[in-house]
Design a protein around this ligand. Structure first.
Ligand code: F6P
Length: 357
């Protein structure tokens, strides 16, 4: 007999349901008795005792379903030790609900911030397993996060669609891709979509280098240029600004995001008309792609095996195509960024793709 708690925390992504299904299916297949409690809207449900006893029916038919059957919310790690507005100690409240339900283990599906809270709960003595979700693929200690490839598909499709219209109109187009502070999503989608320029946070761009790339295409008789720009991309000139100064500058110029700053820079310096497309949250939506379904099902089954072994305090990672238990204390708080010397970047540069550096 095992009692497990499940929650999905932070920004959602594809394959959250597929992962939970994997955990529960593998546990149910190996245990006489299983009770699964789903906390509603992430850690918030665990803090305020908002949960549901789930049955195998809840996990049936959800392999391909986007979103999360449990709901999600952001519960910032940096505020987790602060009492809530009514003075409630959130960490103690989560522990109490865990003990009240007599859970054997809490399974957390979340990104970087949620992983830090998972680690904290593990340090506080709870049995915790973390499963790496995010379209950003920025979790240190795993080659891949589930959700990433589904988002790559959507961002690539956006770039593909822009390509045809860009070609008809001889224009410069920017597709702004999600990814928070890292460039994995833009890098993959940019290459898959045949972008001419790829700008990522890890490689600050110089506007003159971007203009040079556009100009080279014009001179080669190609009337249009497609730029895949990460939402976290940054102009080298802006690096000297503090976070506050940068925010102030963007607000003063009415730039909702970096794509708008870049478009203005291109127009001002070259007279080129620029159009911007921001696929935004569509990148997190819809059904998981087959790769994510397979990955998340494997991770879910591997999490179940760790629960059966009573081996807790780990993230279930995928490394060299093998699932692995990585101690939370080793991975929590670390970010997996695109190294400047990443082979992928070097190969893209070999193709003539400009990174604006
Ligand atoms: O972490 C996933 C992500 O989609 C990032 O790529 C993006 O920066 C962020 O979440 C958006 O967050 P929100 O949904 O809170 O606007």
């Amino acid at each position: 007999m095992k009692r497990i708690g499940l929650l999905t925390s932070g920004g959602d992504c594809q394959a959250l349901n597929a992962t939970m299904r994997g955990v529960v299916k593998a546990l149910a297949n190996n245990l006489e008795e299983l009770e699964v409690y789903g906390f509603i809207n992430g850690y918030r449900g665990m803090i305020y005792g908002d949960y549901r006893l789930l049955t195998s029916k809840d996990f049936s038919g959800i392999l391909t379903k986007g979103g999360t059957i449990l709901g999600s919310s952001r519960t910032p790690f940096k505020e987790i030790r602060d009492p809530d507005e009514k003075g409630l100690n959130k960490v103690e409240a989560m522990k109490q609900n865990y003990y009240k339900l007599r859970l054997d283990c809490l399974v957390v599906l979340g990104g970087n911030g949620s992983q830090k809270t998972a680690n904290l709960l593990s340090e506080e003595g709870l049995n915790v397993i973390h499963l790496p979700k995010t379209i950003d693929n920025d979790i240190w200690g795993t080659d891949m996060t589930f959700g990433f490839y589904s988002a790559v598909n959507i961002a690539t499709e956006a770039i593909d669609c822009i390509h045809t219209t860009a070609a008809s109109h001889n224009r410069v187009f920017i597709v702004e891709v999600m990814g928070h502070k890292v460039g994995w999503l833009t890098l993959y989608a940019g290459i898959a979509g045949g972008a001419d320029v790829i700008l990522i946070p890890e490689i600050p761009y110089h506007i003159d280098k971007v203009l040079k790339a556009i100009d080279a295409r014009t001179k080669a008789g190609k009337g249009f240029t497609v730029l895949a720009v990460a939402e976290g991309a940054v102009c080298a000139d802006d690096l000297k600004l503090s976070k506050k100064e940068y925010k102030k500058k963007m607000e003063a110029k009415n730039y909702p995001s970096v794509a708008y700053e870049l478009a203005d820079q291109i127009l001002a310096k070259s007279g080129n008309e620029v159009r911007i497309t921001v696929p935004g949250h569509t990148q997190r939506g819809g059904a998981p792609c087959p790769y994510d379904r397979a990955l998340s099902t494997r991770l879910g089954a591997a999490a179940a095996m760790a629960i059966l072994d009573e081996d807790y305090g780990n993230m279930i990672a995928i490394i060299n195509n093998k699932t692995k238990r990585v101690p939370l204390k080793e991975t929590a708080g670390k970010l997996k960024v695109v190294e400047k010397k990443n082979q992928f970047v070097e190969e893209a540069k070999a193709l003539g793709i400009s990174f604006g550096d």
